[in-house]
Design a protein around this ligand. Structure first.
Ligand SMILES: Nc1nc2c(c(=O)[nH]1)N[C@H]1C(S)=C(S)[C@@H](COP(=O)(O)OP(=O)(O)OC[C@H]3O[C@@H](n4cnc5c(=O)[nH]c(N)nc54)[C@H](O)[C@@H]3O)O[C@H]1N2
Ligand SMILES: Nc1nc2c(c(=O)[nH]1)N[C@H]1C(S)=C(S)[C@@H](COP(=O)(O)OP(=O)(O)OC[C@H]3O[C@@H](n4cnc5c(=O)[nH]c(N)nc54)[C@H](O)[C@@H]3O)O[C@H]1N2
Ligand code: SF4
Ligand SMILES: [Mo]
Length: 713
């Protein structure tokens, strides 16, 4: 992009999956202002401070990595030597080829965030080109349970919440006021025009304060409420008979399953009064009603079946693909998404290799060829690195994820990283993960990259413009992968090129080519709306064995799993140890930060200088903890700990303590930059029990203890 006069570019903010429409002012090749785009069909002017401040600071801030770095001293010593791309890529290709020759292709693994980015897909297909199916994504800690339930139930409703037209909203485990400004704007709009809102959340969030009905379940018990809501709906005949008869599979079995799930039974498990559950069922069945779900019921050991229960409720009430309900994701004919590339036969691995994906034997709906994003089960990879079982993993390539901070059990993650033969990290900033690398590769930020994304909530295709000039020598993941493939090919280490593109533009052209979309036209507007019709079930078939919405899942039955929604207490809730009397919730979002990102930025540190632990006044009082004291948190079954600052508040219930995640100190001492001190994942394990379908571990409801370690100050 050439330097020039001031101009405004229509783009999309890519700092989170909300994908808000953005207007970028560009002067002399730099983005000088980021503003919301009120015309964007999905976000309609909603935006957040991370987009306005975080995005440009990430691209142009002092911490930006501009050149490849090669480790000089011991791992983590903090001593680096700048090197050229040619030499960095030569070294990386040689090291990967050496590991491949010594241990086979499966010994090379990768870590990235999820299949929805071009960077992650380029990366997964790069590894496949070497013959390795092993890439880690963080979705077992994120939206994985929702996705697996959606897949086996056959709904296809990702991002399809039609809040604007709903009569009733059912928010479960979501905190959109902090996590999603688009949804939050719509929710407030819906409330203002008289929509009713039910909120399920143990914490008194802003949404809970606005709710007509706030249910405060014990952590991990939401499925019981959904089961009882189905019981009530069917008992009172409020289900949508026409939809159920025509499009649902297994209604009789579902009805039999929920027969005993009276609101009284759910009250015993969840602590929510039976009358409130019955009222929630009545309101939700009086639709159109929109189910807004969040991380609060995901990333737990009973997450998939919890989602199954809500997804079945949604279906039997006829709220699927209905105005004001949950719309199905649709797309212009011929359009591919990044996600689709993982399943495309041209880029597939031979089945015998693919089935060896780490974790595929235990979690086939998660890992390997039948898996949702075909990625690994992360804790199985960490285990393989440390133990060599079921086979060795000796080299790791990390991009777009900060696993030393964001995966549970930081001490173990660090130990695994240190033990590798070779570690390369592509990033725009030094991080606790990159600090342990042999090679650090400077990545472009999203202001310098082009993305084409299908956005179900528009519905539209949205465009992210490479509006800024590249900083330093930064490169995109596609460019890095293709340059590596050239070299690895010469070293005889490429099995088949399964990542054929050299630039993001080439990849994006591939996504749109059969849809007749001209990227240049898309780039001019910044988005492309397309026709959307609700309820065309005969046209857009359900991708399940029965071709219907599967209340009774044939795929789960074939795997010997419970085919009907059910509730199993989470592993953590069963721990009964007087030494760990409290329950810990992690991951509460803050407006200033995105996980571990923006931690170096002064505006963010001013707003939110310290990691907090919310604690009820009664609990704090009994432990002698006062507002602002530093406390130490430890969870059951783990030796590590984490220091946090007490925030005494009655927004949380007695006995339940709540914190965020992602804390480290970019200006802290190497090598861990505080990741072993103020990072909650330093105090948690990544061991099971796991959700039997997604392999997720409990990230909430953990048995814990808290003690004061320093007075306020
Ligand atoms: N500013 C900011 N925004 C973000 C992010 C960020 O880091 N910063 N991260 C993004 C990402 S990747 C994600 S995954 C989303 C997550 O965003 P959301 O899906 O909205 O999830 P959270 O913000 O984690 O809020 C979860 C809510 O669930 C509640 N909860 C916890 N346990 C339970 C339970 O057992 N039952 C019920 N019913 N509720 C429970 C919590 O109290 C909390 O209010 O946010 C995205 N948006
Ligand atoms: N205990 C606990 N752990 C959790 C959670 C929890 O609730 N509790 N939440 C989980 C969830 S939902 C998620 S999604 C994960 C998030 O985990 P991560 O994805 O690890 O979180 P980020 O901090 O966003 O990491 C992004 C990193 O990628 C690098 N990067 C590389 N390329 C790019 C780029 O193009 N743009 C940007 N911005 N960064 C790039 C940056 O250096 C940055 O450090 O954490 C999970 N971990
Ligand atoms: S919510 Fe904020 S960070 Fe996420 S896309 Fe929108 S403006 Fe960007
Ligand atoms: Mo997430």
């Amino acid at each position: 992009m050439s330097a020039g006069a001031k101009r405004v570019v229509s783009s999309t903010c890519w700092e989170c999956s909300t994908l808000c429409g953005a207007l970028l002012t560009v002067e002399n090749g730099r983005v000088t202002e980021v503003a919301p785009n009120p015309a964007h069909p999905a976000s309609r002017g909603a935006f957040c401070i991370k987009g306005i401040r975080g995005l440009p600071d990430l691209a142009y801030g002092a911490g930006r990595l501009l050149k490849p770095l090669r480790r000089k001293g011991a791992r983590g010593s903090g001593a680096w030597q700048e090197t050229s791309w040619d030499s960095a890529l030569d070294v990386m290709a040689e090291r990967l080829a050496a590991v491949r020759a010594a241990h086979g292709p499966l010994a090379i693994a990768g870590a990235t965030s999820g299949a929805f980015f071009s960077r992650s897909v380029a990366f997964a297909l790069f590894l496949r080109s070497l013959g390795s199916p092993n890439w880690m994504i963080n979705q077992d800690l994120c939206g994985g349970c929702r996705a697996v339930s959606d897949m086996v139930t056959g709904l296809g409703i990702h991002n399809g919440e039609d809040v604007a037209n709903a009569r009733t909203l059912l928010l479960v485990g979501a905190n959109p006021q902090a996590a999603n400004p688009v949804q939050w704007q719509r929710i407030k709009g819906a409330k203002a025009r008289g929509a009713r809102m039910i909120v399920l959340d143990p914490l008194r969030t802003q949404a809970a304060s606005l709710a007509d009905l706030w249910l405060q379940p014990r952590p991990g018990t939401d499925a019981t409420i959904a089961m009882a809501m189905m019981h009530e709906t069917i008992r009172t005949g409020r289900h949508d008979r026409t939809f159920v008869e025509r499009w649902c599979h297994g209604f009789e079995q579902l009805a039999a399953r929920v027969q005993d799930w009276t609101p009284q039974r759910a009250e015993q498990a969840s602590g929510v009064p039976a009358a409130s559950i019955a009222e929630a069922a009545r309101l939700y069945a009086d639709g159109p009603a929109c189910f807004v779900s969040g991380h609060g019921i995901d990333a737990v050991s009973n997450g998939v079946q919890t989602f199954r229960a809500f997804h079945c409720l949604l279906a039997i009430c006829g709220n699927l693909d209905r105005q004001g309900g949950n719309r199905r994701a649709k797309r212009p004919k011929g359009l591919r998404t990044n996600f689709d590339l993982l399943q495309e036969p041209a880029f597939a691995l031979p089945d015998a290799v693919w089935r060896q994906t780490l974790g595929a034997d235990r979690f086939p709906l998660w890992a390997g060829p039948q898996g949702w994003q075909t990625a690994c089960h992360n804790p199985t990879v960490i285990e393989a690195i440390l133990t060599g079982k079921p086979y060795p993993v000796r080299a790791l390539y990390v991009s777009g994820v900060n696993i030393a901070v964001t995966y549970p059990d930081t001490p173990r993650t660090l130990q695994a990283l240190r033990s590798l033969d070779f570690l390369a990290v592509a990033t725009s900033q030094m991080t606790p993960t990159a600090a342990l690398a042999d090679l650090v590769l400077p990545k472009t930020t999203t202001l310098e990259e082009e993305e084409v994304t299908l956005q179900g909530s528009g519905p539209c295709i949205t465009y992210t413009a490479p509006a800024s000039e590249r900083q330093g020598e930064a490169r995109t993941d596609v460019e890095i992968a293709s340059a590596l493939l050239d070299r690895l090919g010469r070293l005889g280490a490429v099995e088949a090129v399964r990542m054929p593109w050299r630039t993001q533009r080439e990849l994006n052209q591939y996504l749109v080519k059969d849809a007749g979309i001209d990227i240049d036209v898309l780039a001019q507007v910044g988005y492309l709306e397309f026709d959307y019709r609700c309820g065309d079930f005969d046209k857009q078939v359900f991708r399940t064995p029965s071709g219907k919405v599967e209340l009774y899942s044939e795929r789960l039955a074939a795997l010997g799993q419970d085919p009907l929604p059910c509730w199993t207490p989470t592993a953590s809730s069963l721990i009964d140890d007087a030494a760990f009397p409290l329950r810990l919730q992690t991951g509460l979002r803050e407006k200033t930060y995105h996980h571990s990102r923006f931690r170096e930025q002064s505006w963010a540190k001013k707003v939110s200088p310290d990691p907090l632990l919310r604690i009820h006044p009664d609990t704090a009082g009994s432990l002698g903890i006062a507002q602002g004291d530093w406390v130490e948190v430890q969870t059951h079954g783990h030796a590590g700990s984490c220091r946090l600052k007490a925030q005494v508040t009655d927004t949380t219930a007695p006995g339940i303590v709540v914190t965020g995640m992602g804390w480290w100190r970019p200006d802290g001492a190497t090598p861990d930059y505080g990741a072993l001190d103020i990072n909650i994942n330093a105090a948690m394990n990544y061991a099971g029990p796991y959700d039997p379908l997604s392999g997720s571990k409990d990230t909430r409801g953990l048995a814990c203890r808290v003690r004061q370690v320093a007075k306020k100050g």
